[in-house]
Design a protein around this ligand. Sequence first.
Ligand SMILES: Nc1ncnc2c1ncn2[C@@H]1O[C@H](COP(=O)(O)OP(=O)(O)O)[C@@H](O)[C@H]1O
Ligand SMILES: [Mg+2]
Length: 310
Amino acid sequence: MPVAIPPGLLAQRALGDDWGRWLDRLPRLADEVLADWRLRPTGASLHGHCSLVLPVADADGEPGALKVAFDGDEESLHEGLALQRWAGRGGVRLRRADPHRRALLLDWLPGPDLGDVWDVEACEVVGDLYAQLHVPALPRLASVASYVERWLRELEGLGRDSPVPRRYVEQALSLGPDLLAPEGDPVVVHGDLHYANVMADAAGEWLAIDPKPMAGDPHYEPAPMLWNRMDELRGPGAVGSVREGLRRRFHALVDAAGLDEDRARDWVVVRMVLNAGWAVQDARRAGRGLDADEQDWITRCIAITKAVQD
Ligand SMILES: Nc1ncnc2c1ncn2[C@@H]1O[C@H](COP(=O)(O)OP(=O)(O)O)[C@@H](O)[C@H]1O
Ligand SMILES: [Mg+2]
């Protein structure tokens, strides 16, 4: 039986021809890796935005997760490198990797993830994880600064008539040079550490999966813990305002990790303004106005930018 590709992953065909070509190759590719590594699928295929994840058993019957990621961009290129560097401390253990096929064999994590844990407690868990993940960086990882410098230049190019309030764009641009100047030794930054990317292992220990690793400033890390699960902060169970909810999370992260509060705040501002800017760039590239989701996303980005500073 060829490997079944979940419909949610097949939908990524809409992202372009390179996705279509990868999805066409994927069943064969996954079969080949399964055969080469003597793995047997043990359950239904899972997926994320850019990868197929198969529950498997290896030749010894040891459960694992085979992850095969989209190869049309660089996003997943260094995932294995970071996981190897962490060696099972703070991140899921990597058992085997084939960078050419973007295939990784990971320990199986039964879960759950942090999606249903009280958000402030989840922030404490993640703040604690930083200490294990932020180890001295590997020379092969691209630096946070090299990415952010380029992103800030693109942000500057948005011009004055963009829907992102100019004063926040100016603020992000003026914070850039300080944040990008080397301060301390660069560490491995996970890059995408949020609730769904932290799972419990069989012993109930929380481990990070799915790094988009870079080398640089650990203060870069917290923003995804603010923008994810944001709906809950205004839902029926919410305590206080969205602003208060965001600030509770921010302080839980900073306190648990022992980060410098000012520097962490400045990075949140820069990352949220960049996020807002990308929504504008996406719409412009497609030659259309912002849709309702993009408008809402920009509003959220600016709400976070404000919440951490006033
Ligand atoms: N080691 C693992 N054990 C169990 N499930 C996993 C494991 N790694 C990933 N998964 C499942 O696959 C999903 C997608 O994996 P992830 O690494 O987050 O990929 P993406 O980069 O596409 O988001 C996860 O949300 C999780 O449900
Ligand atoms: Mg993920």
